[in-house]
Design a protein. Structure first.
Ligand SMILES: Cc1cc2nc3c(=O)[nH]c(=O)nc-3n(C[C@H](O)[C@H](O)[C@H](O)COP(=O)(O)O)c2cc1C
Length: 183
């Protein structure tokens, strides 16, 4: 028998659910840099996100260069968290590799990055890219077949935001058919 006490299954379930419920979008970051080793560890996890036909149409562009980061932080007014964050990550998917599913594939990889970052004590916020695709392609020298589906600011959190309100389950969950209450 191992000398190491293992977490019992019930405790682990609670911890994992708590982990999901405590992720927040973080928009204020400490100056502390994030090591490339940590970023690589996160991206290594993101490779395991599900994708249609396992086509994995994504690429991850880590933005550490302050000038490139500053240009991305100005793509629109809600991109400002990137100014303060030590790094950004762009998740882009090749629309030719997966024409029907590239957006959802990229969204899955993005969520994996956000959750892996959360597990490692880092904060992220998803910054909208889809109205500024060409601007971002130009800034990053991305081929036109690669659509930047998400841009994340990433760094050590310098705020602890309260949870944002959520719709009740009654409002959004049905049984068998739309509108049929889930009781
Ligand atoms: C597709 C998408 C686009 C978003 N765009 C922005 C954005 O441009 N700037 C920003 O500060 N937050 C952005 N967010 C973050 C949302 O505002 C945030 O997820 C939501 O308010 C819920 O808060 P929470 O993530 O803390 O639970 C975006 C989130 C998603 C999924």
């Amino acid at each position: 028998m191992s000398a190491k006490p293992s977490l019992d299954r019930e405790t682990l379930k609670d911890i994992l659910i708590e982990f999901l419920l405590t992720r927040r979008s973080i928009r204020r970051y400490k100056k502390e840099p994030v090591s490339m080793e940590l970023i690589k560890r996160i991206l290594d996890v993101a490779r395991f996100a599900p994708s249609a036909g396992n086509r994995q149409p994504w690429v991850f562009i880590v933005v550490a260069d302050p000038e490139i980061k500053a240009r991305l932080a100005k793509i629109h007014r809600w991109a400002y968290p990137l100014e303060e964050a030590p790094m950004g990550i762009v998740v882009a998917c090749n629309k030719d590799t997966s024409p029907d599913s590239y957006m959802v594939d990229c969204a899955n990889a993005t969520m994996y990055i956000m959750l892996a970052a959360h597990a490692l004590g880092l904060g992220t916020v998803w910054i909208q890219t889809l109205r500024n695709v060409e601007d971002i392609q130009k800034i990053l020298n991305l081929p036109s077949s690669y659509i930047p589906v998400a841009l994340l600011a990433i760094g050590y959190p310098d705020e602890s935001p309260a949870p944002k309100p959520r719709k009740s389950l009654e409002e959004i969950a049905y049984l068998n058919m739309f509108g049929n209450p889930l009781k």
